[in-house]
Each structure stands twice: as structure tokens, then as C-alpha cells.
Design a protein around this ligand. Structure first.
Ligand code: ASP
Length: 334
């Protein structure tokens, strides 16, 4: 008999692949893991969930997350949002490699109260000490809780609760693979119950019909002579997410290239350090944040490059104007 005393709503588990659904070779070895288990099998392996009332499973896709297309990711997010609109809590089991992108996209389109929670695993389901069952159980406790209502999309991993807009995969093999460099975790799951310490304001949702646009991420580094910027712009992208050094600094000729492009297409700037935002008035040298903020370039706020790319994709695919995109990103540029 399942024991979920704090549950206030039904939960739907959407399978989207990843290590949590992978198995190794017969004999229990974790090596050579490949997709093997559907969402029902993941639930069946957890005594506290198996046979429980109010739990349903749906398999959307079962791939390593590096194989997911933008169309796959949008489909996962739509199915999650549609269930949440009906008041059902949602858990998405997903590969950790690109989990932060799908979770961010999902937060951009999520417009309901019920929680949507992403989780996954570092160890395949057949490995000794597999972490998938514990993560899934924690994720269900958050998705069915009253506490997580209205919080948007969350990432639950290694007992920590992160917001999708802040979460990054910061460790390739640790069982606490995700962190939120800007804010720290929003809460924690203890003894099967979530405790939430802080909340992020929700953003107005978008509803892109498809993500068939080209948005590139172009980093910068010392000695940048604009080679990458010119190559990226030659592909005629619909938007570019650009790296800046420190708190929004670029070599002056590179800033000029991007500033000219920002007259035509959205150019969104992230900071290379994991924490912090583009400053507004500390420096006044050429190529500093003062110059950047004087152009049409849009600061990404605290978003990581990969999160900013998913948001910009959703913005351009929704047909937003340059001014509307600037307002959409201002919500993360606090
Ligand atoms: N290493 C990945 C994972 O943790 C594989 C993937 O992203 O599909 O799930």
C-alpha cells in the first residue's frame, strides 16, 4: 500500500528517457547503459509508489537527453503543462545532460498552479546504489504537495529543490548533480516531505507553436577578435545568446558587431561567471557594461546561456517583437 500522507493531488509521471530509465548489461553491471525502462517500470520499482492511488504514467519519449530534438522537448513540456492545467501534479523523468533546457522551456510555457517537477538519475537503474528511485519518490512528494503549488517548474535532485530558471547541472557524476549558483536551492525534501524556503516570482507564460528557429550561443574569451561573432551572424540566425566577460564586458570591436546585429535580431547577453548579472554603472571604459546597456543588446539577467537560449527560442517562435523580448528578459534581470 502506498504511503503518501502529504499528497493533495494526483500525479502523472511523464517518461522522457535518460539514465533513470537506462539499464546496463545482464548481470547487473552499470556499464553500457542504454534506454530500457518505461515510466510504469520506474514506478513499479518503488514500493512506496507501486500500486498507489492517484499515480499514472505516460511515456512521451525514451532517449538519452543528448538525442532529444527541440520538437521532443516542446512535446514533453506541452504534455506536462496540459496535465497541470487539469490540476494534476507532474513529474518528468529526464536525462540529466539537457534537463535544465527542457525544464526552462517548460517554465516558460507553464501557466497553471499545479507543480511540474523534473528529475532524473546519475546512476543507471541497474547500478548498485541507483539514485533514480529516491529522486523519483522525492519528486512525487513535491509534485503532489500543497507547498509547491504556484511555483512554476522545479528540479528535484539529490533531495534538493531548485527552480528551473536557476538550476544547472554542475557535476557530471555526483548524486547532487544540480545546483542553483545564483540563489542556492529553494528547499529540500526530508522524510518524504518538501520544505520550501524561498520562491521566485512567476513570469508571464508564452505558447510557441513550434521551436523551428535558429538561436545560437556564442561565447567570448580573452583575445576575442570577433571571428565567432561573424561566423554566427553569417548563418542568419533568428537570435543569438552571447557570452560576456565578468559583469557584461567585451572587447570594443566585438561589442560593435553585436550592437549592430541587435538592431535587427535579438542579441541576449549572459555573464561568463556562474553568479551575478550585467552591471549598470560600475565601469565606464569602452566595451564595459555602460556601453553594452547603451545598445540594443538584451541582458539575460541570472539565466545561464542554455536557459537563456530556450527562453529566446520561445520568444522568437512566439513572434515577440524586439521590445517585447527585452521586457520578457527584464523579469530575470533583477
Ligand atoms: N548522463 C545522462 C543522464 O544522467 C544521460 C542523459 O542525459 O540522457 O541521464
Amino acid at each position: 500500500m502506498a504511503t503518501r500522507p502529504h499528497a493533495v493531488r494526483h500525479v502523472r509521471i511523464l517518461g522522457a528517457g535518460g539514465t533513470i530509465a537506462m539499464g546496463g548489461e545482464v548481470g547487473g553491471a552499470a556499464h553500457s547503459a542504454t534506454p530500457r525502462f518505461d515510466a510504469a517500470a520506474l514506478v513499479a520499482a518503488i514500493p512506496d509508489l507501486a500500486g498507489g492511488d492517484g499515480i499514472e504514467t505516460v511515456d512521451v519519449v525514451n532517449k538519452p537527453s543528448a538525442h532529444l530534438t527541440l520538437a521532443d522537448q516542446l512535446e514533453v513540456c506541452r504534455q506536462a503543462r496540459d496535465a497541470a492545467r487539469r490540476g494534476i501534479g507532474v513529474v518528468v523523468t529526464h536525462g540529466t545532460d539537457s534537463l535544465e533546457e527542457t525544464a526552462m522551456l517548460c517554465d516558460v510555457i507553464h501557466d497553471a498552479e499545479a507543480p511540474i517537477v523534473f528529475t532524473g538519475a546519475i546512476r543507471p537503474a541497474t547500478a548498485a546504489g541507483a539514485d533514480g528511485p529516491a529522486n523519483l519518490l522525492d519528486a512525487v512528494s513535491v509534485a503532489t504537495s500543497a507547498e509547491a503549488a504556484g511555483m512554476g517548474v522545479l528540479v528535484v535532485f539529490g533531495s534538493e529543490i531548485h527552480h528551473a530558471r536557476c538550476a544547472r547541472k554542475t557535476d557530471t557524476t555526483s548524486l547532487v548533480a544540480f545546483s542553483s549558483p545564483q540563489t542556492g536551492p529553494l528547499g529540500r525534501v526530508t522524510e518524504g516531505h518538501p520544505t520550501i524556503w524561498s520562491r521566485l516570482p512567476r513570469n508571464p507564460p508564452l505558447d510557441p507553436p513550434a521551436l523551428d528557429r535558429s538561436v545560437l550561443v556564442v561565447p567570448s574569451g580573452s583575445g576575442d577578435d570577433g571571428t565567432l561573432a561573424r561566423a554566427a551572424l553569417a548563418t542568419e540566425p533568428d537570435g543569438v545568446v552571447i557570452g560576456t566577460l565578468g559583469a557584461g564586458h567585451l572587447a570594443p570591436p566585438v561589442l560593435e558587431l553585436w550592437a549592430a546585429a541587435a538592431e535587427r535580431i535579438p542579441i541576449v547577453a549572459y555573464c561568463r561567471p556562474e553568479r551575478g548579472v550585467v552591471l549598470t554603472g560600475t565601469y565606464g571604459y569602452a566595451g564595459s557594461e555602460r556601453d553594452l546597456r547603451g545598445t540594443g543588446i538584451i541582458p539575460a539577467g541570472f539565466l545561464s546561456p542554455q536557459a537563456a537560449r530556450m527562453k529566446l527560442l520561445a520568444c522568437v517562435a512566439s513572434g515577440l517583437s524586439l521590445d517585447e523580448i527585452r521586457w520578457a528578459f527584464r523579469q530575470d534581470d533583477g
